[in-house]
Design a protein around this ligand. Structure first.
Ligand code: NAD
Length: 310
């Protein structure tokens, strides 16, 4: 397949581009605006791959997007503003990239008559859940500006299916961790700080629960949905590994050899969702299973973040 991967110089996108080039026979064009969150370094080792072209550009640039989408069969849209704390301080770039950028890609995909459009979404669009698991049929109830813009994009994508018959798929994955994540995010930040003997700032009382998936498992799930998923459907991708933020912090301290004295409870994030947890049965029915334990993934992260300058 000829695949356009947007946001492919970011955390998950760069892991997915690497997966497509190393494990599949695809031709990949990566489109990324290289915001503060993206970096060519994330594509080290695959920039010169003859089946890969890197284009620095914006998904809101209609002319460029039309040109690139015209040459591919498939669009996979990772490009987004992705940090919840930043969306609380200023939502404008989130609305612009996450909603308007998605619309530009959808319009170009219609014009080019592509085979598949995969929208990369998040479990955060469902909002928080105190008991049980969200399934794909649950209503969207985003509670922070980031997740609201992701939910807006999901609804736009679904509307292009209903009104224009565009062949779309949506995935909603839980929290990812692994190599090449921006150091502003919890796991890379805490690994570095733990190793340097600094404090680890935990929001509130640390009881907020997140489900964690190793990024390589997310990549195999995304690939499965892309190839085997039913057009028009939404697929949850999760590992079943649920940890409170305090438990995650303790595991990081243990893996790095830090001390629990480094934990510092700080004022809670506004609108902090208590728990996210999703039912991934529908994706597993396509033949996918996660393979990484949290502990093995964390060990790989510790090696990566303490060996690189990231
Ligand atoms: P990231 O912030 O690491 O990467 C985003 C990439 O998009 C960056 O390379 C950035 O330069 C690029 N980008 C931003 N605005 C752009 C624009 N206007 N045009 C072109 N490129 C632009 O994010 P990530 O953690 O890799 O997340 C990727 C996608 O996966 C996002 O859509 C996010 O909502 C979704 N997601 C992430 C997680 C997670 O745990 N990280 C979980 C579920 C879903």
């Amino acid at each position: 397949m000829d695949i356009l991967v947007t946001g492919g110089a970011g955390f998950i996108g760069s892991n997915f581009v690497r997966f497509l080039l190393n494990e599949r026979n695809d031709s990949v064009t990566t489109l990324d605006a290289l915001t503060y969150a993206g970096s060519r370094d994330n594509l080290d080792g695959v920039l010169d791959n003859p089946n890969h072209e890197f284009v620095e550009g914006d998904i809101r640039d209609r002319e460029l997007v039309n040109e690139l989408v015209a040459d591919v069969d498939v669009v996979v849209n990772f490009a987004a503003e992705s940090h919840v704390d930043r969306s609380i301080n200023g939502a404008e770039p989130f609305v612009s990239t996450n909603v308007q950028g998605t619309q530009t890609l959808l319009d170009a995909s219609l014009e080019a008559d592509i085979d598949r459009f995969l929208q990369i979404s998040t479990d955060e669009v469902y909002g928080e859940i105190h008991e049980g698991l969200f399934t794909e049929d649950d209503p969207l109830n985003p509670r922070n500006p980031y997740s609201a813009t992701k939910a807006g994009a999901d609804l736009l994508v679904q509307s292009y299916r209903e009104t224009h018959d565009l062949p779309v798929l949506i995935t909603r994955t839980c929290n990812n961790f692994g190599p090449r994540q921006h150091p502003e995010k919890l796991i890379p930040k805490f690994i570095k700080r733990a190793a340097e003997g600094e404090t680890l700032p935990v929001y509130g009382d640390g009881s907020n629960v997140r489900e964690w998936i190793y990024v390589e498992d997310n990549c195999t799930a995304l690939d499965t949905v892309l190839r085997e998923g039913e057009i028009g459907e939404v697929y949850n991708i999760g590992s079943g590994v649920e940890l409170s933020n305090l438990e995650t912090t303790e595991k990081i301290l243990e893996a790095v050899g830090g001390s629990s004295d480094q934990i510092e409870f700080v004022e809670d994030r506004a609108g902090h969702d208590q728990r996210y947890a999703i039912d991934a049965t529908k994706t597993k029915e396509l033949g996918w299973e996660p393979e990484w334990s949290f502990e093995d993934g964390l060990e790989a992260c510790v090696d990566y973040y303490l060996e690189t300058d990231q």
